[in-house]
Design a protein around this ligand. Sequence first.
Ligand SMILES: [Zn+2]
Length: 422
Amino acid sequence: MASEGRPSDSDKGSLAAISELFDEPARPRGRNRGLISSSAIGLANRGRVLQVLFDLGPTSRAELARHVGVNRATISGIVQPLIDQGILVENDPLPSKESGGKPARPMWFAEDAAPICAVLLMHDSVQCCLVSLDGTITAEARAAFPPDAASVETLAETIYASISQTLKLAHRPPLGIGVAAGGMIDTDNGSIVAVNLAPLLAGFPLGAELTRRFGLTTRVDHHPRALLVGDRWFGIGRGKRNFAVIYTGEVLGGALFLDGHLYRGPAGAGGELGHTFVQVDGGVCRCGRRGCWETIATLGWLRREAEIAGLPSAEVLDSRCLVALVEESAAGAVDLLDRYARNVAIGIANLQQTMAPNFIVLHGDVVGGGPRLLDAIAVHVRELVPWRPGGDIELVMGDLEDRAALKGAAGLVLSELLHFTL
Ligand SMILES: [Zn+2]
């Protein structure tokens, strides 16, 4: 495996070496006569190589060249520096084809490359872990915020302690910190605009604080967008050009991948699906407005309605328990499941009519409801959206435990470091 001129193991993956690699090459003055500079073409090609790797999994140089539409020499020019830095690794050759020729060596992200610290910040807790470039999660830790916290500093100390503990477990200096945060995020500067359930966090410049404290590249984005990146690179959305994710639970959010790109909107303002209106003058939402989708398709609604229907343990009911009650034929459970499914379907139908993502991944509490709830939601979506050519809708379940959000938070950092537009 070793070849001349490669950095030693201690150099591989070092922060200085990697940031040098990731820095945009200096553009030669007066030589950019084409419509697009050669350095921009280089970055675009590198982005496409990485996208093909994430789409196809381990891939040989020849296959990469074919999919990216460039020659082998160009591929080598892109991948060799990444191999030298220990980011990519070429695995053992596959058996030669009968037709002969050089055996292909599939290339993939190195298992022992420097990891990324991923953080999932919700209104009541912070979860941290290390994510390897191939999506493996290790060193998981979770801390709840003190319920009586009176200042944002108290919450921040919990976040810093958790990240610090996780960073210490890394076998080599991590490449950066990726944060998936519930609430409204200004993605231009990594600050939290507002979290309805945790007002103390409003205005907190989390990204800048983490960069200052830990000296690492930090990316902060809206939790559902991290879910989407996790699904796109490491999960069920792999290879898709268009899809959406919806997260339900105590809050409701979503994110969109359109024509091969993550849609953020200016400063991350797009995709506030939970606060699109589904009922004119409906119930009051935590955002202060009325009739938001979040008022009828989250656990708060489900528990209130379960109470009215006289279902047992209504105050802690979730989708999993509701389906269990349906299976026990508890009075009122079938009706409540159907109404909940319809409420979830209404927002999905609006989204489908607006953007036609066609492939919709559900995350969060609804996943606990399993195929019974998924089928009920799908029936309502199909009733609410008229069939049209190109409009076949597929609904699938993502994960219940937010693994995709952690992987996606790491993906956000990787895309930043590689100048690779998601
Ligand atoms: Zn609202």
